[in-house]
Design a protein around this ligand. Structure first.
Ligand code: GLP
Length: 244
């Protein structure tokens, strides 16, 4: 789906999420959302906050799981995705404490394997993700699944590409401060979602969007693996569609 602006694309996705939440409410069910960070979903979260404040959209039946977090990183660090999610969304809506989950960047390394397995089991135990929101990195990464990530990968500790550390470096005071590791849901975890919506804005994303949608589906470009999912769409801005 191609929209003239990021704002219009974000509004359409927010409306879709709101409809899903309300449909689940009407059926007395929980709505399980997979959420992303980065600059891309900011408008989407702003619109969800607006729908909550102005149109009474409630998140009481919503459970969310975030894709990733830097490792190691304290949740209150400026660059932390915990902080980002609270500031952009959770502090402004009525989602109950204890219904949103973000990978914990503070656990010791020897606890990570078991913790990551539990993260995936937790998602399954609540019935799996109904709708997963994704952004896309310049190298095609989704979450922090860098090129080469297996289609069967689960939540795990990953090594960040240098290109990703450079791209995300603006958040940190200098490159040496950018963590070399992160916790990320796997591609296999993401592909289990019932529905996936990838967002991309701006001409700098045009090339990787085209490669992901029209190129062969390969682990070299993690987002191209979404071609193998039965219910995925890309919601992009006109400028991100220039290479299609
Ligand atoms: C980060 C996040 C990804 C995100 C990507 C794109 O690396 N881990 O989930 O999709 O960056 O970032 P942006 O939305 O700022 O372009």
């Amino acid at each position: 789906e191609i929209y003239p602006t990021a704002k219009e694309g974000s509004k359409a996705v927010a409306a879709e999420i709101a409809a899903l939440i309300r449909e689940k409410q009407a059926a007395n069910q929980r709505c399980i959302l997979g959420l992303a960070t980065g600059s891309t979903p900011k408008y989407l979260y702003a619109e969800l906050v607006r729908l909550h404040k102005e149109e009474g959209l409630s998140f009481k039946n919503v459970i969310t799981f975030n894709l990733d977090e830097y490792y190691p990183l304290e949740p209150d660090a400026l660059q932390s995705y915990h902080r980002f999610m609270k500031e952009q969304l959770f502090n402004h809506i009525d989602i109950p404490e204890g219904q949103y989950f973000i990978p914990d960047g503070t656990l010791p390394k020897d606890k990570m394997k078991a913790y990551c397995e539990q993260y995936d089991q937790h998602i399954e135990s609540v019935g799996g993700i109904d709708l997963q929101v994704l952004g896309i990195g310049n190298n095609g990464h989704i979450g922090f699944n860098e090129p080469g990530s297996s289609i069967n990968s689960h939540t795990r500790l990953v090594t960040l590409d240098n290109s990703t550390r450079l791209a995300n470096g603006y958040d940190f005071s200098n490159m040496s401060q950018v963590p070399r590791l992160a916790i990320s849901m796997g591609i296999g975890t993401i592909l289990k979602a019932k529905k996936i919506v990838l967002l991309a804005w701006g001409s700098h994303k045009a090339k990787i969007v085209a490669r992901s949608v029209e190129g062969s589906s390969s682990e070299h470009v993690p987002a191209s693996l979404l071609q193998q999912h039965p219910n995925t769409k890309f919601v992009i801005e006109e400028s991100a569609a220039l290479e299609l």
